[in-house]
Design a protein around this ligand. Structure first.
Ligand code: 2M8
Length: 420
């Protein structure tokens, strides 16, 4: 057996907690929404029944309104292991936020890897209505801007917590006093690799405010200083998820439903291009719904629309990706932020380092748009960097040095997937 494959498999075995996988034993000791979807992409090659279980467990925590919570807390983990824990959220075993909807794509891939395995016969039929309700939540309750795009109400919902794109909208949020909470993340990660105390103060302020309005999106618009942003990454993944749902409906013999999902995907993709694409810059920027202004930071979220096969602007977006701001094909992975920006930081979380899930998504996009040589290069680079860093959470784009947690779930899982 290949050494890389074997060590990635060992990471996933160590991070398995019985019905799901933790992103990292120390830093993130619970189940995270989009992590589980990425992890399932790898698990399907190793243990398809575990991949199914991972996703079924996550969806067992779905809320009545359709939202899939961003964290499902593990009852066997001590409450002080992670902040903010269940006592903060006051929502039973879950948080009240969401993360990008990569689940339908994962469900379809898991099904295809093992369509006849034991338990496989009910897997798609069980998850289809849940996925439909999840996307429905995003397309209705979260359409705060009224343009057919889903909004996020907290940076954690983007999955790219301290992305520079959120600095503008976050500047209106008053941080809570850092003496009021304990940052458990700093017990496991270097402060220089993590968000700042001021960032955390703002995250806590926003999460408490959303909690205190009962997690009711219709009330959020009236909350002063609230954060409401249309993220190109989340919306591209939503359009792609609707396409995956259409394929799932086809497999289930529901052609009319499949057509509806394709129309919905096309609507989101159109709104994305009309609202967030800036042709002069050749890039997708986030939009602050509260001010109506587009942000100006080039972050990796703006490259994620490449996952859409029908993307008229793909050549211009690939040109930006290979240009000086991201230097795709020259540096390791896909930097999370503009390499030419004065505040680019190669080691600090979502403000510069390359993340493996983003590299994996961009590679898929490159394949859609005929960029086969670049996709092959990126695949080899991601596998090499993941292996060389002990499956780090993220890596310095210039040196390939690992940062953040090691033995990180999606890094190991996506490496297995890239090698399959
Ligand atoms: C990071 O986010 C969490 C909050 O959700 C944290 O910093 O504690 C992000 O990188 C996010 O994308 C990821 O899903 C999560 C767990 O890996 O960690």
């Amino acid at each position: 057996m290949d050494v890389t494959w074997g060590s990635a498999e060992a990471v996933l075995a160590d991070n398995w907690i019985g019905a799901s996988t933790v992103p990292s034993r120390g830093l993130y000791p619970h189940q995270w929404s989009w992590d589980s979807a990425f992890i399932a992409f790898g698990l399907r090659h190793l243990a398809p029944e575990r991949a199914r279980r991972e996703l079924v467990t996550l969806f067992s925590a779905q809320w009545r309104d359709g939202r899939v919570p961003h964290i499902l807390f593990n009852p066997d983990t001590p409450p002080e292991a992670y902040f903010p824990g269940p006592a903060f959220w006051r929502a039973g075993r879950t948080s009240g936020l969401i993360q990008p909807p990569v689940h339908a794509r994962a469900v379809l891939a898991v099904h295809r890897a093992d369509p006849a395995g034991s338990g496989a016969e009910t897997f798609l039929a069980t998850l289809y209505p849940k996925l439909k309700a999840w996307h429905g939540y995003l397309r209705t309750y979260r359409d705060a801007g009224g343009r057919g795009l889903a909004s996020i109400v907290h940076p954690w919902e983007s999955g790219m917590d301290n992305s520079p794109a959120w600095d503008g909208p976050l500047s209106r949020v008053t941080p809570v006093d850092p003496a009021g909470f304990v940052r458990r993340d700093l017990e496991h990660g270097h402060a220089a690799d993590r968000p700042s105390d001021e960032d955390y103060g703002r995250y806590v302020r926003l999460a408490s405010a959303y909690r205190d309005c009962g997690y009711l999106d219709e009330r959020w618009a009236d909350v002063d200083g609230g954060f409401t942003v249309e993220d190109p990454g989340l919306n591209a993944l939503l359009a792609d998820a609707e396409l995956a749902l259409a394929e799932i409906a086809d497999v289930l013999g529901l052609p009319a439903a499949a057509a509806t999902h394709r129309e919905s995907a096309a609507r989101v993709a159109k709104a994305l291009q009309e609202t967030l694409w800036d042709s002069a810059s050749g890039f997708f920027f986030a939009r602050d719904v509260r001010t109506g202004e587009r942000t100006r930071e080039y972050t990796c979220a703006g490259l994620l629309p490449l996952v859409l096969p029908d993307l008229a602007v793909a050549p211009a977006l690939v040109a930006t990706a290979t240009g000086p701001r991201f230097r795709l094909g020259e540096v390791h992975g896909v930097p999370s932020y503009d390499l030419t920006a004065a505040d680019f930081d190669p080691g600090r979380y979502w403000r510069g380092p390359s993340w493996f899930n983003v590299g994996w998504l961009v590679r898929r996009g490159l394949l859609h748009h005929g960029e086969h040589a670049l996709a092959a290069w990126l695949r080899d680079d991601l596998v090499e960097t993941a292996t060389g860093t002990g499956f780090a959470e993220y890596a310095d784009p210039f040196t390939g040095t690992g940062h953040g947690a090691r033995s990180f779930g999606w890094t190991a899982a996506l490496t297995v997937d890239l090698m399959s």
